[in-house]
Ligand binder design. Structure first.
Ligand SMILES: [Zn+2]
Length: 178
């Protein structure tokens, strides 16, 4: 696993999301943001996340999808419950995952971060193999980009976002990165 010159990782499933744009000139990618997502909420394994990130979600299919109608979002990576990685946006581009956000006085975290979605929720543990994949992916990203901090979405958008949630095991993750 290694990013090419555009920031597409080799050996991972690529599904191109149109929800991205150029990073500001000379932006340094030095923040990793961990999220959780499940669509419908707390249901796993379907293709709704993929369709959400590619603007092809059928909003009539589930009551919850109605509120996602006008949202255009993406993340660079999704780690599914079986540990599979999907990449939607090349790392060199700006994915739209953080929204209104601030990290140590710097706003617009999308400008300088990579977003990783863990398929999951605030209400139950993640799967062991998801951590295996996350650790592996993080190591590869750190080799290529000068990542200085790894934070949760909740850390850069407090009061607005809660993910990756109380079940995300930061101790396990960060210890395994050592
Ligand atoms: Zn999030």
């Amino acid at each position: 696993m290694k990013p090419d010159s555009l920031g597409w990782m080799s050996g991972v499933l690529k599904i191109v999301s149109p929800n991205c744009d150029a990073r500001p000139p000379r932006a340094t990618i030095n923040l990793l943001v961990i999220h959780n997502i499940s669509l419908p909420p707390n249901e796993y394994g379907g293709d709704a996340i993929k369709r959400f990130f590619t603007n092809t979600l059928d909003h009539t299919e589930h009551a919850y999808f109605e509120q996602l109608k006008d949202l255009k979002v993406s993340s660079h990576f999704l780690i599914r419950r079986n540990g599979q990685i999907v990449q939607f946006v090349p790392c060199n581009k700006r994915a739209w995952h953080a929204g209104v956000s601030n990290w140590h006085g710097r706003s617009r975290c999308n400008d300088f971060s990579i977003g990783i979605e863990m398929e999951g929720s605030d209400f139950e543990p993640f799967v062991e193999c998801q951590y295996d994949t996350l650790v592996r992916l993080t190591r590869h990203l750190k080799r290529t980009y000068p990542i200085m901090d790894i934070v949760g979405h909740c850390d850069i958008a407090p009061g607005r976002k809660t993910d990756p949630g109380p079940f995300f095991d930061w101790n396990l993750y960060l210890a395994r990165l050592e």
